[in-house]
Design a protein around this ligand. Structure first.
Ligand SMILES: Cc1cc2nc3c(=O)[nH]c(=O)nc-3n(C[C@H](O)[C@H](O)[C@H](O)COP(=O)(O)OP(=O)(O)OC[C@H]3O[C@@H](n4cnc5c(N)ncnc54)[C@H](O)[C@@H]3O)c2cc1C
Ligand code: FES
Ligand code: FES
Length: 458
């Protein structure tokens, strides 16, 4: 496949296998070896680059997806003669030892400072949460970023804006020896026609798929790219609901003031997914269809009464998120259907929402237990509209029906309510035992999380 992109300000015409990782294209085809390979699956940040101004992990980006885009690697950040202020600050602060993680940390730091000129220490740590360093330690890195904050980058004035700040180049040109046929439709109707014809694998952000290919899943014959479909990338608000396009990313959710104001549990779940590069790439639809029991968005979408909108050439079908899973990793989706959107009704006035996640560490951690909660207090001081949906405790999400029924209509200040809810919640799930946690641990943590929510009202 012939693709065209801008790499470090230079137009490049490249012949690539469509699913070849951008990381390999940069290192092997273009000799840009500053971008490193660590884990190869999105966990370490050694391969971080900017694509149209957004931080992404090059090991998770298929080559076809950078057609028409602007890529910035560490080589384009600054030169020996004219380094980016961050590069100088890393040297001054002694934030480099072996240097393997440094390009990725610089790219993540630059993305952070481009988005926020003077971040707090907590924001710096969150911005770099997806970048692992095994020898320097993070204190000096944080110090370096702090000292470079507010200093002008030599690249200022360049257009790195999202979306699609690259050249207008039309479609990529397929080649006879492409191992995979890629469809990059311009409209939803075109995408549905592709779905109708064959067994194309849908690719949105690619964070789950590229990790699966890296782990040995055979490459598909056909891929349908939905990452640029305007009909799927918008957040649409109406007086009664919000419609989240399936290809809306976690970062898009976090950047939406309406989402953060009215659906705070959703924003909190998005904030706790992976780290910034994964949040820039991963999508709502991908999280739903990947159907991991530990998915973070799914319990929230269910607790908020979300409805999945499935589209095919035959029309639309709507399924409540709570009923969307028939079993372990088995979403209710026909092979010819795309998830087009999720609809969430506007919450009633006074509804309190929460999302809690217990993982092994703060960033890049898959939930051992997560819990999405909603409830409000009625005019008599009683709890109502209670929703509790847990993830990572069973093969699919679980609504805590007994605990919900118990809470409904009770006074929030009733003595012992939290203890009773803890007991009920940990008793009503048939928690799973697996490598991440034992069933007993999951039951206990679930009880604790429910208690945490109940205490919001006390
Ligand atoms: C390092 C790392 C950390 C992560 N951390 C978390 C985490 O903390 N919490 C969490 O929940 N997840 C996490 N994930 C998983 C992943 O990022 C999310 O599940 C993400 O939302 C998937 O979206 P995507 O667009 O990247 O999916 P893709 O990889 O593009 O697709 C995933 C699956 O969904 C299908 N698909 C995608 N969109 C559609 C659609 N619209 N219609 C039909 N089928 C579709 C694809 O065919 C594929 O089967 C992590 C992943 C990585 C690599
Ligand atoms: S090599 Fe680790 S995130 Fe890409
Ligand atoms: S400086 Fe060696 S891994 Fe970070």
């Amino acid at each position: 496949m012939k693709i065209v992109c801008i790499v470090n300000g230079e137009r490049r015409e490249l012949e690539v296998q469509p699913l070849r990782r951008l990381l390999d294209v940069l290192r092997e085809d273009l000799g840009l070896t500053g971008t490193k390979e660590g884990c190869g699956e999105g966990e370490c940040g050694a391969c971080a680059v900017h694509i149209d101004g957004r931080l992404m992990n090059a090991c998770q980006v298929p080559a076809f997806q950078v057609h028409g885009r602007k890529i910035l690697t560490v080589e384009g950040l600054g030169t020996r003669e004219s380094p980016d202020p961050l590069q100088a600050a890393f040297v001054t602060a002694g934030a480099v030892q072996c240097g393997f993680c440094t390009p990725g940390l610089l790219m993540a730091s630059r993305a952070l400072l481009d988005a926020k000129a003077a971040p707090t220490e907590a924001e710096i740590r969150a911005g770099l949460a997806g970048n692992l360093c095994r020898c320097t330690g993070y204190g000096r890195v944080v110090e370096a970023v702090r000292s470079a904050a507010g200093m002008r980058s030599g690249r200022e004035g360049e257009d790195q804006s999202h979306p699609h700040g690259g050249p207008d180049v039309g479609s990529p040109v397929p080649s006879a020896d492409d191992a995979v046929q890629v469809f990059m439709p311009n409209t939803l109707a075109e995408a549905l026609a592709v779905m109708d014809h064959g067994e194309a694998v849908v690719m949105a952000g690619g964070t789950d798929l590229m990790a699966a290919f890296h782990a040995g899943r055979p490459l598909p014959d056909k891929v349908l790219d939905i990452s640029r479909l305007r009909e799927l990338t918008g957040i649409m608000l109406s007086p009664r609901r919000v419609t989240l396009g399936a290809a809306v990313s976690y970062t898009d959710l976090l950047n939406s003031t309406e989402v953060t104001a009215h659906w705070p549990a959703l924003a909190e779940a998005a904030r706790q997914v992976g780290a910034p590069a994964v949040q820039n790439m991963g999508t709502v639809g991908g999280n739903l269809v990947n159907a991991s029991p530990g998915a973070d968005l799914v319990p929230v979408l269910a607790a908020l009464d979300g409805v999945v909108v499935l589209a095919s050439t035959g029309g639309e079908r709507r399924v409540p998120v709570l009923d969307f899973y028939k079993g372990y990793r088995d979403p209710d989706r026909r092979p010819d259907e795309l998830v087009a959107a999720v609809e969430l009704p506007r919450p009633a006035a006074g509804v309190r929402q929460a999302f809690f996640k217990a993982g092994t560490r703060r960033a890049q951690s898959i939930a051992r237990v997560n819990l999405a909660c909603c409830a409000r207090i009625d005019t008599q001081g009683r709890l109502t509209d209670v929703k509790l949906v847990a993830g990572s405790v069973g093969p699919t999400i679980v609504a805590l029906r007994e605990t919900m029924a118990y809470m409904e209509g009770r006074r929030a200040d009733e003595g012992g309510l939290d203890a009773a809810c803890r007991r009920l919640a940990s008793g009503e799930v048939h928690a799973i035992d697996d490598v991440r946690a034992s069933a007993d641990y999951r039951r206990q943590v679930l009880g604790n999380l429910v208690t945490k929510f109940v205490k919001i009202f006390v």
